[in-house]
Design a protein around this ligand. Sequence first.
Ligand code: GUN
Ligand code: ZN
Length: 429
Amino acid sequence: MSKIAVHLGQTLTFQGNPMVQGIDSVSHTTRGALAVQDGRVLARGTAEDLQHAYPDALCYDHGAALLLPGFVDAHVHYPQTAMIASWGKRLIDWLNTYTFPEEMRFGDPDYAADIANRYLDLALANGTTTMCSYCTSHPESVTAYFTAAEQRGMRVLGGKTCMDRNAPDGLCDSVQSAYEDSKALLTQWQGRGRASYVITPRFAPTSSPDQLSALGALWAEHPDCLMQTHLSEQPDEIAWVKTLFPDARDYLDIYETHGLLGANGLYGHAIHLEPRERDRLREVGAAVVHCPTSNTFIGSGLFDMAGLVEQGQRIGLATDTGGGSSFSMLRTMAAAYEVAQLRGVALHPSALLWLATEGSARALRIADRVGTLAPGTEADFITLDLASTPAIAQRSARARDIWEAVFPTIMMGDDRAVQGVWVMGERRV
Ligand code: GUN
Ligand code: ZN
């Protein structure tokens, strides 16, 4: 048993999704505390109570900083780290011009390791302790990712991106190799330490029907694994998908007819959905993942957060780096706020914080382990400075409550606001 550590700061406790249960379901403690032992949360409560309960603990006082679960990024492409913020293209052109040439480099294990390490350091500096990443079609890229995460003790999810058409030869696998490589990597990494393997067909246009079926079969053999893909991101993409799969009722139907729709499915973007697709996603209990900085950067469209919440969909929040223009979940929350505003809805700061932590963890089906700081869960947490720049400080100085105090950091904050990052109770930043 390691020595107990008690961390003091402002805390928030969510009783549920604030968009559904209302903000009264969130409680704020100005002098809150988190007790940590052996990498897990032992208790949370007031500073007074926990200091009294654990008088011999090591005590770390973070003052007025906000103690939160580490951010959970539910959809990211770590191999796109070095080409983030590439100018001037929309989805299909952007993939062909910038993304595929960069992803071709990941057959080189040294390059893959270099970028995986760089990406995870950037993510941690931004307070993101868990992410679900697409790798490239090269198994080396998967090894590099999980190895780099293991070295940092991080809970991460991800998988080999499968694609056997409409991409350069150097990136295409085949029906058989996609199945066999994915299966071998899944066997190697699923449940090893804190790693989870995610079956990953990139999206309908880059997989032949046979490849989609092979990956559907693999998922049926491993139903506890997650499966991630992209769905209905841009109108041009959807029109192209229609020509490639003329018999499908809609985009989601393609995944369903190939065994790729289920409760453990993650569908990135999901912007331009037909009513039938929304109903089916809800019926099967799949998760949709909102990637707001990507949706504005690539010009994809405005995600219907309020309508999807109203329908009872499970929703995660994500950077979608490098289609997304930031590594920061703060910046991502700001973009989610702006996208919702363009649809006439103002998301409350509690909703944004919930989405970036417990909401994404729920989408990834790991909320029993990370994203809540409930006793017994893994002690991945951060401290946020709510006055990290002069511009933010002068605004938060006027705050009348925690929501006014945190909203300027959500809207204007970046890695400078992330004061400290702990992974399994160990300080990493
Ligand atoms: N659709 C298929 N691949 C990708 C990708 O890498 N990024 C985004 N934003 N959309 C995609
Ligand atoms: Zn993506």
